[in-house]
Write a protein that binds this ligand. Structure first.
Ligand SMILES: [Zn+2]
Length: 282
């Protein structure tokens, strides 16, 4: 059995040689790296949506420098605290990118001897390819968080790290009493980098924290100061949404700036899936 369901008919997908197959005969090949592409054509996105290979490689280089390790450590700490007392914990990373956080989370849970299963989805095929090529203990699929190819009530924890909040889908795939960990940029996140590019950089706004089907149970922050320069600073800039909005000269500014010191901050919002009220079906 795989973690996934058929995106066409929603039946369970089972592993059959190098494919995932449902009982209605829909078949999806496992790529050489071990991931499966379950993304259906949709007018909401282009034929190959999400980060390009260049963006994915920038992200991997930057993350593997260890400069965001404090965020990974904080995530690991939150997940292991939520896993306490569980026999086995199933984690769905919706927007897994190139897999850095999931890879370190696996190592952490193994060290603590917590029994786990992790699967990751991303809309970017290049991101999933890079993730599956490196982190063999995790199941990866190309898929949209707006149409998650997973049965209802199948995850104990959903991760959404700087990815879109899709509360109805997250709620659907979570088990009763499951948790959603939603990581968002803190108010001063990357302020120094923004100062290097913009004349009038602005702070991030605090996210609205109310989502249907969820109750906010905790809010943890991880923050620090890092120094980047040259191509590493460019890699970091490419990971941000500002990159898409900026002119090419922004990249030159960063490249020529020399050392850039910047604050970094992630806020981890922890939500519990709300119990359905008994009168809901009346
Ligand atoms: Zn099917």
């Amino acid at each position: 059995m795989s973690h996934f369901i058929c995106p066409k008919c929603k039946e369970q997908l089972n592993i059959n040689a190098n494919s995932l197959v449902c009982k209605n005969g829909h078949s999806f090949d496992l790529a050489r790296q071990g991931y499966v592409n379950l993304l259906m054509p949709n007018k909401r996105h282009s034929a190959s949506p999400g980060d390009s290979r260049e963006m994915v490689m920038s992200r991997r280089r930057f993350l593997e420098s260890g400069k965001y390790e404090i965020f990974s450590d904080k995530l690991n700490e939150i997940v292991s605290a939520l896993s306490e007392g569980s026999q086995k914990i199933t984690i769905a990373d919706c927007g897994c990118g190139e897999g850095y956080y999931d890879g370190r989370l696996c190592e952490h849970l193994q060290k603590l001897k917590i029994n786990y299963g992790i699967f990751g989805l991303d809309i970017s095929k290049e991101a999933v390819k890079a993730a599956a090529g490196k982190y063999k203990q995790i199941s990866f699929a190309v898929a949209s968080a707006f149409d998650i190819p997973v049965k209802e009530n199948s995850a104990d924890i959903v991760l959404a790290i700087f990815s879109p909040m899709v509360e109805n889908e997250f709620c659907r795939i979570l088990k009763p009493n499951g948790y959603l960990i939603y990581a968002v940029p803190g108010v001063r996140h990357l302020m120094g980098l923004k100062e290097a590019v913009y004349d009038e950089p602005y702070e991030n706004t605090e996210k609205d924290t109310l989502y249907e089907g969820f109750r906010l149970t905790d809010r943890r922050s991880a923050a620090g100061v890092i120094t980047v320069s040259g191509e590493e600073a460019v890699d970091l800039f490419k990971m941000t949404p500002y990159y898409y909005k900026s002119e090419l000269s922004a990249i030159d500014k960063i490249r020529l700036k020399g050392e850039i010191e910047t604050e970094i901050q992630f806020d981890f919002l922890v939500y519990k899936k709300e119990e359905r009220k008994s009168n809901e079906n009346i």
